[in-house]
Design a protein around this ligand. Structure first.
Ligand code: GLC
Ligand code: CA
Length: 569
């Protein structure tokens, strides 16, 4: 085993922090209209303080017609009416800061809403001063300018009769893409970022930031099974993306002390090293998507719509690769859950009553002991699970609704039953059911009718039950977070993969200043042999999810982390 203490990592507060993501629509409703809001978040700050997280990342709270739940912004300097007012925001920020909690905002600048004044002006006339804020092209022989498919089904181009041209939207047609080639657009973005920085926010999570630079030739993409073309070779980490981010860094980021994380679907290791370069010229870290996309191959019906589950050895190979390759040159983010993913205990663990709690703790151990900044998505700390959709009427997400119309209704490539099975497995609404606060009606989320039904299991799985229970998933997350704050090895130790051929155990070691932390996690529902700890002798157990451990085996879904050696003075 290599006990190296490689070159010391440059320190930063955001490397030592644990981030908690809030999806405001589903977190806490203070006024009974069925929609979460800022006053609701403020009322729950003590819960978050008690959990021990350092930073809250708020999914978008800006003015929006809500085609994509706030990821379609019509005014970057105003608060969504459903969520409250700017005064509510200022109160939230001040209260959070008083409690030592930082706030990171979602920055959605690949696109705006089609109801943003820039777009309304842009679509009015070809001569409009705002025309070039967006990406307009004439049709080709009466058809779309190219074959690109939008992420939310159908063509990525929308015809607009007013000027007889098409505009590009990589997401919904109510999310037209901004034209980053235009320096005025970049100036606007930097200005709005400064507006929020000057209010005192602590960072940005940058929505699909890997897609802001498009290949200006706009060529057809490789044809996919559904007949549309894939835009990613021409838009993901496009020609000028690093130039733009370095400019953003010079003009804005470098003037503040911020956490920055770029959502970078499709990002490769080589690209990630540029985005998250340790010289700080672009971003602090990126979200890569390989491990959460691992299930797609198996049982895939169409693209992301799958009934398959990821296989641990493949997930391990992906995460270990990111650990190895970014070591010493860029910083990792660590996550299994967010508002676009199914619940991790349902996807990677086992959400049956018998194993839910234990497997949720196992997954948390496996992730939180790795090197990088961990992200917890609301309810993950309770072991919240996927919900059940009985028909399309139960769904709210436009991705689900559009996919259903395209694949079930129009193309008839999938039966309604199969599509529902896929939804129950991977639909984004699984993550968006309201936060489960207590066993009262609607899980204590609202006194009204929730905008998306609560998961029926809220009577068993809820914060009130778990905060008082030392064996709960919540108590376990709290301990994991505290360990990261007290043990430098968890933050800065080097990462060494172990047992990389084991079919059941995900194991690794961390090393720092003569100490070693051994972590072993059994991802299966059966007992497996494991001599990692017995071979090593006496150590200090930092955390485990099983009460009576056996020396040479791991119980089903057991996770253990043991520290060896004395820290050098
Ligand atoms: C990101 C967001 C997702 C949104 C999309 C378009 O992937 O996380 O929720 O739908 O961007 O803004
Ligand atoms: Ca409300």
């Amino acid at each position: 085993m290599q006990e190296n203490t490689a070159q010391k990592e440059p320190r930063a507060w955001w490397k030592e922090a644990v981030i908690y993501q809030i999806y405001p629509r589903s977190f806490m409703d203070a006024n009974g209209d069925g929609i979460g809001d800022l006053a609701g978040i403020t009322s729950r700050l003590p819960y978050l303080r008690e959990l021990g997280v350092d930073v809250l990342w708020l999914s978008p709270i800006y003015a929006s017609p809500n085609d994509d739940n706030g990821y379609d912004i019509s005014d970057y300097r105003a608060i969504m009416e459903d969520f409250g007012t700017m005064a509510d925001f200022d109160a939230l920020l001040a209260a959070a800061h008083r409690m030592g909690l930082k706030i990171v905002m979602d920055l959605v600048v690949n696109h705006t809403s089609d109801e943003h004044p820039w777009f309304i002006e842009s679509r009015r006339a070809k001569e409009s001063p705002y025309r070039d804020y967006y990406i307009w092209r004439p049709g080709k022989a009466g058809k779309e300018p190219n074959n690109w498919e939008s992420c939310f089904s159908g063509s990525a181009w929308q015809y607009d009769a007013a000027t007889d041209e098409y505009y590009l939207h990589l997401f919904s047609k109510k999310q037209p893409d901004l034209n980053w080639e235009n320096p005025k657009v970049r100036d606007e973005v930097y200005d709005l970022m400064k507006f929020w920085c000057d209010k005192g926010i602590d960072g940005f999570r940058m929505d699909v930031i890997s897609m802001i630079s498009k290949d200006q030739r706009f060529p057809d993409g490789p044809v996919k099974p559904d007949g549309y073309g894939d835009f990613s070779p021409y838009c993901v980490s496009g020609p000028r993306v690093h130039e733009f981010l370095q400019e953003m860094n010079r003009r804005v980021l470098s003037h503040y002390d911020l956490l920055t994380v770029g959502e970078a679907a499709g990002v490769t290791i080589e690209e990630a090293k540029k985005y998250a370069r340790s010289d700080g010229k672009e971003l602090g870290m990126v979200f890569q998507f390989e491990h959460v996309g691992e299930g797609n191959g198996k049982g895939s019906i169409i693209e992301k719509w799958t009934t398959g589950k990821p296989e641990m050895p493949k997930v391990r190979a992906i995460l270990n690769k990111w650990q190895r390759e970014l070591a010493g040159c860029a910083w990792n983010s660590l996550y299994l859950d967010n508002h676009d993913q199914p619940r991790c205990v349902s996807m990677f663990g086992n959400d049956s009553p018998k194993w839910r709690v234990r497997s949720a703790k196992m997954l948390a151990t496996c992730l939180h002991m790795q090197k990088g900044t961990p992200y917890i998505y609301q309810g993950e700390e309770l072991g919240m699970t996927n919900t059940r959709f009985h028909s399309l009427a139960d769904c709210r997400d436009l991705e689900e609704i559009n996919a259903w119309h395209q694949y079930v209704d129009e193309q008839k490539r999938v039966s309604p039953e199969t599509m529902l099975a896929c939804f129950n497995n991977v639909a984004r609404d699984n993550a968006r059911t309201p936060m489960q606060w207590d066993a009262s009606e609607n899980a204590g989320f609202t006194t009204g009718t929730p905008w998306l039904a609560v998961n029926p299991n809220y009577r068993e799985i809820n914060a009130a039950a778990e905060t008082g229970d030392p064996d709960s998933v919540y108590a376990y997350y709290k301990k994991l977070i505290a360990l990261r704050h007290t043990h430098e090895i968890i933050v800065y130790g080097t990462f060494e993969p172990l047992l990389e051929d084991d079919p059941a155990i995900y194991a690794y070691a961390r090393h720092l200043d003569g100490q070693t932390l051994l972590v072993a996690c059994n991802w299966t529902d059966h007992e497996v042999p494991c001599t990692l700890f017995s071979d090593r002798g006496e150590g200090e157990e930092l955390i485990s999810n099983v009460k009576t451990e056996k020396e040479r085996t791991l119980a089903p879904y057991e996770a253990r982390a043991v520290l060896y050696g004395k820290a050098e003075a």
